[in-house]
Design a protein around this ligand. Structure first.
Ligand SMILES: Nc1nc2c(c(=O)[nH]1)N[C@H]1C(S)=C(S)[C@@H](COP(=O)(O)OP(=O)(O)OC[C@H]3O[C@@H](n4cnc5c(=O)[nH]c(N)nc54)[C@H](O)[C@@H]3O)O[C@H]1N2
Ligand SMILES: Nc1nc2c(c(=O)[nH]1)N[C@H]1C(S)=C(S)[C@@H](COP(=O)(O)OP(=O)(O)OC[C@H]3O[C@@H](n4cnc5c(=O)[nH]c(N)nc54)[C@H](O)[C@@H]3O)O[C@H]1N2
Ligand code: SF4
Ligand SMILES: [Mo]
Length: 761
């Protein structure tokens, strides 16, 4: 292997401390006013959240120099949130990785560049060595749902066919899995039930655990349009979020208590006979058991447990119960819990009891998170999954996919473990090697002091990213992957609409499109069979075949059909099954319509079970894993702010977004602040059983007095995940980010944020 000197990478101080210190270089808006004319514009979608707003990128030479609205794209009609407007500033950013790097033994805090081919050879050699010595499962893969669907398909194939490891999982484990598991248990399928236009005509809209205006900003517009038509909006959240400030009824729930609230609402629906008996009879099973379960949830008890006034609970039931049309939506606020699946099921129970699903203006949805939060959970990068939403443990499913891949089904690994368990196994020495792409676990996993310690123990760790993330700083080799605008493919957005990502520019320097990097590793291993695609289009063609007949059937979707129809909604089979109605050019925008056909019920009914009926599920209330006590008397809940995105590796580099919200702040109520002797902007230390974090206080009247809130977009000593608990839902394995117990004290000054964090011993 040849060694080269570290080339100058402007702005990227590769010797910088391993943990996050303030970034030195921000991309700013300088180019906006330079009057540079673009050569062309490229119609594509925002790289950030699951709304996947349509946008046009302005391109000059090989640079993205700005954005232009794309008014025709029906979902957002040209509108964008601040992140979407500024996203173009990342492509020319001085921190962009343009070389491969390896850890420099002479300088443990730094890296040196090496030729791309040598880096690939090092990765292949390490995989071969670890798998030979310790077995195929000793090498694990962590992947991400910001990747295009083609890449997520490739990641599953890479792990299962090339590496033959059981251990692949993805960052949607931290995001969509409680909703996914709940939806599968109740409906047999995991996708928003409705296109967003159904929001517009709903009479009552119930939003729980979703900071819509900051995290799904374009959806706010749908809610406000509905309100113009007279809709009542009910918001359930421990904080008066921006949407809650304009709602008709706000329910300030104590974190972790949603299953109790929704059982209480169902109790009142039954008591007042606000039920759709025909729907329950014809299209569901299990109502009686659930009715029995919620009998004890009278308004008084519900109020005691949830911390919401009895009057508000009655008011919500009075609006929701007898409504003719309605829409219920939730996001991570009810899902990021050790009982996240129960919470989700409790909301679905009140939807099923009302019978308001599968019809115009009657709907239910979980709001997806990452850019491809939907598509990224369908095609085989989840630890128990094969493409098309198929199951790795199901012999028929294994046979179908193995047939498409040209391999013996017996050679496919069995299901592996979830993302956090991969980290635990690394700590235990069972997993020796790790490849991570599109995932920043050092910032985003709970109890991240433990995560850092586990990563330190790996024999070999390779990270693929376009900016050196906090996680990549633990890698032995860093490979330069691609930004969304440097590649093409598809993603599936919040409504279940598959849209096209178009390439605007080429990756710079030695950076490569992610799928090429993965295939280069397979080739260097001499295991490239099935991983020799020449383009994302070729991958998509294979994915169509692999998904055919599955629940997430993409077989009738083509790039052309997507472009012609502003997206296609799955399921979309390539031929109309006998007895099924003909689908329109957009596929299946609304699920569960009367008379609809699906591959599980085969015409028996609209839901994805053999009898075509939806399931009521009992949702006994259990409290959070860690409740408050006299040592840690305050609830900590964590989440997001509008101008930062996820682990912040992208948005903390975009000047105008940093200016908008530069540092994490701890939101607390004036009453709590007064009790603790804290004033607005004071330094405060938030401490849990797992760690401490010192930030400035933001004293606001918009939060429950027993709860504090921290956004989690920062690493190192600013990271909220030093405090959070790694308790997981037993079914979905989602971590409990939304509740843990802390104490809060006034601090004189912040710690040395730039100092190297030592791993926990
Ligand atoms: N600006 C921005 N937008 C984003 C993202 C981002 O990082 N930044 N990330 C994207 C991704 S991946 C995701 S997953 C989504 C997340 O979108 P959301 O889930 O809307 O965002 P969060 O801030 O995680 O949490 C939502 C709300 O849950 C509330 N909450 C906390 N505990 C409870 C509880 O027990 N019950 C109820 N009912 N509410 C509770 C919080 O106060 C918060 O207002 O956003 C997507 N969009
Ligand atoms: N305390 C707390 N923690 C949380 C949450 C919370 O509410 N509270 N929310 C959780 C949720 S919902 C989520 S989704 C997770 C997200 O957690 P992560 O997935 O770890 O966060 P990201 O910032 O998306 O990390 C993705 C990394 O991949 C890189 N990347 C992005 N796109 C691409 C690509 O196309 N190719 C390649 N090669 N790299 C790419 C980015 O630069 C970044 O370094 O965080 C979770 N963590
Ligand atoms: S709402 Fe989401 S997809 Fe739309 S511009 Fe904002 S971050 Fe991008
Ligand atoms: Mo997420």
């Amino acid at each position: 292997m040849t060694e080269t000197a570290t080339p100058p990478v402007p702005g990227l101080d590769l010797k910088m401390i391993r943990e996050f210190g303030p970034f030195r270089a921000y991309a700013t808006d300088a180019r906006v006013d330079t009057g540079v004319e673009p050569d062309r514009t490229v119609k594509t979608h925002c790289c950030f959240c699951g709304q996947q707003c349509g946008v046009q990128l302005k391109v000059k030479d090989n640079s993205v120099i700005g954005i232009e609205p794309w008014y025709e794209f029906p979902f957002n009609r040209g509108m964008l949130c601040p992140k979407g407007v500024k996203r173009y500033l990342q492509q020319g950013h001085p921190d962009r990785l343009v070389h491969a790097y390896e850890k420099d033994a002479t300088n443990p805090a730094g890296f040196r560049a090496l030729p791309y081919a040598d880096a690939i050879a090092r990765v292949a050699e390490a995989i071969e060595r670890i798998q030979t010595e310790h077995g195929p499962d000793a090498f694990a893969v962590l992947s991400g749902a910001s990747l295009t669907t083609e890449k997520t398909y490739l990641m599953g194939k890479f792990a299962h066919m090339c590496l033959r490891t059981a251990n692949i999982d993805y960052n949607g484990r931290l995001c969509m899995v409680s909703a996914g598991a709940g939806n599968k248990k109740a409906f047999g399928v995991d996708r928003a039930a409705n296109p967003w236009n159904d929001i517009l005509g709903a009479e009552v809209i119930l939003v729980t655990g979703a900071n819509v205006a900051e995290c799904a900003p374009i959806t706010t517009n749908y809610l406000w349009q509905a309100r113009e038509h007279g809709a009542k909006i009910i918001v359930v959240d421990p904080r008066i979020t921006p949407l809650a400030r304009t709602c008709d009824l706000f329910m300030p729930i104590k974190p972790g208590r949603d299953a109790a609230l929704f059982s209480g609402l169902l109790h009142l629906m039954i008591e007042n006979d606000w039920l759709d008996h025909d729907f329950i009879e014809q299209h569901t099973v299990g109502f009686e058991r659930v009715a029995e379960e919620v009998r004890k949830w009278n308004p008084r008890r519900t109020a005691e447990v949830t911390g919401i006034a009895e009057k508000s609970i009655r008011q919500a039931a009075e609006w929701w119960g007898p409504a003719k049309t309605s829409f219920l939506m939730h996001a991570r606020g009810i899902e990021h819990h050790s009982h996240g699946v129960q919470n989700v099921l409790s909301t679905i129970n009140i939807v099923l009891a009302s019978g308001r699903i599968g019809r115009p203006n009657c709907g239910y949805a979980t709001i997806t998170g990452q850019a491809n939060g939907q598509g990224g959970r369908e095609h085989g990068q989840k630890c128990d999954q094969l493409p098309g939403g198929r199951d790795l443990a199901n012999p028929d499913h294994r046979a179908h996919v193995a047939g498409v891949w040209g391999m013996d089904p017996d050679e496919l690994p069995q299901p592996g473990v979830d993302a956090y368990e991969i980290i635990r196994k690394a700590d235990a020495g069972e997993i020796k090697g790790l490849l991570s792409i599109c995932f920043n676990p050092v910032v985003s996993l709970p109890d991240n002091n433990f995560v850092r310690k586990a990563l330190e123990k790996l024999d070999f760790f390779v990270a693929i990213d376009f900016f050196l993330s906090e996680t990549a700083r633990y890698a032995d080799v860093v490979l330069p992957g691609s930004l969304q605008e440097e590649d093409e493919g598809t993603v599936t957005q919040v409504e279940g609409r598959i849209v096209r990502i178009n390439k605007a520019v080429d990756p710079p320097g030695e950076a490569r499109q992610d799928w090429r990097v993965i295939q280069d590793i397979a080739k260097a291993l001499g295991r490239e069979k099935g991983l020799t695609f020449a383009s994302p289009g070729e991958m998509f063609e294979e994915l169509r075949a692999a998904s055919k007949g599955g629940v997430c059937d993409y077989s009738g979707v083509t790039y052309e059909r997507i472009e012609e129809n502003f997206g296609v909604f799955w399921p979309c089979p390539d031929e109309t099954p006998p007895g099924a109605p003909e689908l329109g050019p957009q596929g299946t925008p609304r699920l569960f319509e009367p008379g609809s056909w699906n591959p599980v019920a085969k015409g028996a009914g609209p839901f994805y079970f053999p009898d075509g009926k939806a399931r009521f599920n009992p949702t006994p209330y259990e409290g959070p894993a860690e409740d408050v006590d006299s040592d840690y008397p305050i609830i900590l809940t964590t989440g997001r702010v509008v101008s930062q995105f996820l682990s912040g590796n992208q948005t903390r580099r975009i000047g105008p977004l940093v200016d908008h919200y530069p540092e994490p702040k701890c939101e607390m109520h004036p009453r709590l602040a007064a009790r603790l002797g804290i004033a607005d902007a004071d330094w405060v230390t938030v401490e849990s059983r797992r760690g401490t974090c010192t930030v400035r206080a933001s004293v606001v009247k918009t939060i429950r007095p027993d709860t504090v809130f921290l956004p989690y977009h920062w690493g190192g000593r600013k990271s909220a995940n030093q405090l959070t608990i790694a308790a997981q839902d037993p079914i979905s394995k989602i971590p409990e980010y939304k509740v843990c117990a802390v104490r809060v004290t006034k601090a004189e000054a912040p710690p040395d944020y730039a100092a190297v964090l030592e791993p926990q011993q």
